[in-house]
Design a protein around this ligand. Structure first.
Ligand SMILES: *[C@@H]1O[C@H](CO)[C@@H](O)[C@H](O)[C@H]1NC(C)=O
Ligand SMILES: *[C@@H]1O[C@H](CO)[C@@H](O)[C@H](O)[C@H]1NC(C)=O
Ligand SMILES: *[C@@H]1O[C@H](CO)[C@@H](O)[C@H](O)[C@H]1NC(C)=O
Length: 506
């Protein structure tokens, strides 16, 4: 018995040996070169302040070819030091994306003057390492807003515009804060969970309506975080904290601007990134569960090894989800879909049972085909599903998040009908067109890697506030009953903001 265990251990060790599968011919192309390897990203720039800063490494071999498989998790070593400090309180993580590229994230707990980012391959500097971030490099907690919003956007490399913002705001020729302060609470304040925010002199004020206002923490947090980075325009707006968008009137009627996490074809709410994605950006490191960075290092086995069954887990929050589980039971060789929780509908074990154990999100990516299907509103998991390297089968839906407008069917995902009528057919298509399915999977992943990372989420909020503020025709005011939302006072390493000092000297 002991012997048997020992030998199975040995076998395991052999299997884990990363060099075991290397054949001499393949060797040349799997060894990264320190000179040719590419390094880029926002985390190499002083002025891109993010809760978790990040940059990328693409391993390239001597002949200039990108590696497409991992050269090993520990291939690159990253050190970040500040020459003027003995210790730097910086948390660093190198995430192996298993496709020859790495995502490096780091969180600074204090502000430093000059940072040297060293990227090493077997003790040799990679690409242009060390990267030197000059001047004060602020950490997330530092309250040091850039006074010029256009300069901030330029530093952040923000897109010139976001089509969704243009579309949402196109329904409003102007916005009247005085009128809205009267009318919006009258229309929605009784039944809905609403927050009324005023930004004045870059300070955040709020008044809440309704009982369930716990979700305002996400809005408070993004507003405080943004206002530490850039001077926000004076403005007044309402945020809907509930799932469902609210403004159902036709654009020809008197419509009210309401900011919501989710939009729909039948409403005129102004969409923001969901609270889930927002939280993932703000708390990236503290979060144990899912965030847009860790998911990139946990996207399962390589494409050919993924299971060709379509996969889904979730709650019973919509009729089509019941249909999906029924379909799965009828076609288990095509779909593995099951409920982890029953809450909304009557739990009929004979039709929709049995409940299954919660599956780690990362395990979803053992499967090639991911089904994205609405819950109460849009399924907020789509950003994470796209970021993995499976292909997403997305249900047509009247609900959308801030980025759906830029997603293209057949380019970034495989579309399925709202009633799932063609789901089996689409899975079969993907099975019959493996190369094309893989291409769509990678395009979706590329989309998520570019559009749904922290820097772009900050850009989106900022652009939205800028554009909205321009529409205001009366002066935003701190209204009766509003309270100041204070910056957290628990920062252990207070920073010195050179911008406020410069102002004082004038
Ligand atoms: C190699 O990877 C970099 C970074 O992702 C990319 O920009 C470049 O196009 C790739 N080169 C080739 C030849 O695929
Ligand atoms: C693929 O997944 C299905 C459903 O989860 C499972 O029944 C099947 O055994 C898996 N196939 C392989 C080859 O692992
Ligand atoms: C919602 O609107 C989009 C864009 O116009 C459209 O493609 C989609 O089919 C609509 N879906 C539903 C279910 O209304």
């Amino acid at each position: 018995m002991l012997l048997l265990r020992l030998s199975s251990w040995l076998l395991l060790l052999v299997c884990l040996d990363p060099f075991r599968h290397e054949v001499p011919g393949a060797l040349a192309s799997s060894v990264p070169s320190d000179a040719k390897t590419l390094v880029w990203g926002p985390g190499l720039e002083t002025d891109i302040v993010l809760p978790a800063r990040f940059f990328y490494i693409q391993a390239v071999d001597n002949s200039g070819r990108n590696l497409t498989t991992s050269p090993g998790e520990k291939t690159f070593e990253v050190k970040i030091v500040s020459p003027s400090e003995q210790f730097t309180r910086i948390w660093i993580q190198v995430l192996d994306r298993l496709d020859g590229s790495f995502l490096v994230r780091y969180r600074m707990y204090a502000t430093y003057t000059d940072l040297h980012i060293q990227i090493l391959l077997k003790n040799k500097h990679v690409a242009k390492s060390p990267y030197i971030l000059k001047g004060p490099v602020y950490h997330e907690g530092c309250d040091c807003p850039q006074h010029s919003s256009s300069l901030w956007e330029a530093h952040m490399h923000c897109p010139q515009s976001f089509p969704q913002i243009d579309r949402d705001l196109s329904f409003y020729a102007s916005v009247d804060p005085d009128r809205n302060a009267q009318e919006i609470p009258q229309r929605f304040g009784q039944r809905q969970s609403l927050c009324h925010y005023t930004i004045k002199d870059n300070k955040v004020y709020v008044k809440t309506f309704g009982e369930h206002v716990g979700f305002r923490i996400f809005m408070d947090a993004i507003l405080l975080s943004l206002s530490r980075k850039v001077q926000l325009p004076d403005m007044e707006f309402f945020v809907n904290l509930g799932d469902w968008p609210l403004e159902k009137r036709k654009p020809t009627q008197m419509i009210h601007p309401i900011f919501s996490w989710c939009g729909s074809n039948n409403t005129r709410d102004i969409v923001m990134p969901t609270y889930d994605l927002t939280e993932s950006v703000l708390e990236t490191m503290g979060r144990i569960s899912l965030d847009m960075m860790s998911v990139q290092a946990n996207s399962g086995p390589a494409w050919p090894e993924k299971n060709a069954t379509a996969f889904w887990r979730g709650r019973d929050s919509r009729q089509e989800r019941l249909e999906l589980v029924k379909l799965s039971r009828a076609h288990p060789n095509m779909i593995d879909a099951a409920f982890t929780n029953f809450f909304f509908f009557k739990h009929d074990e004979s039709l929709y049972g049995p409940l299954v154990k919660h599956v780690s999100f990362f395990d979803f990516f053992k499967y090639k085909y991911q089904i994205n299907i609405d819950g109460t509103v849009a399924a907020y998991r789509l950003p994470y599903l796209l970021a993995g390297d499976s292909v997403v089968l997305k249900q047509d839906s009247g609900y959308y998040e801030h980025f759906y407008n830029e997603l293209q069917p057949w380019e970034h995902y495989i579309p399925i009908k709202a009633d799932l009528g063609d789901l089996l057919e689409k899975i079969q298509w993907a099975r019959d067109h493996d190369e094309e399915a893989k291409k769509i999977a990678l395009a979706g992943q590329q989309f998520a890697r570019y559009h749904l990372m922290g820097d772009k989420i900050f850009c989106y909020y900022h652009k939205l506030f800028q554009e909205y503020a321009k529409l205001q025709v009366t002066e935003p005011k701190i209204r009766e009953g509003m309270e100041l939302v204070e910056q957290p006072a628990d920062d252990l390493f207070p920073c010195f903001c050179h911008r406020t000092q410069a102002k004082d000297e004038l």
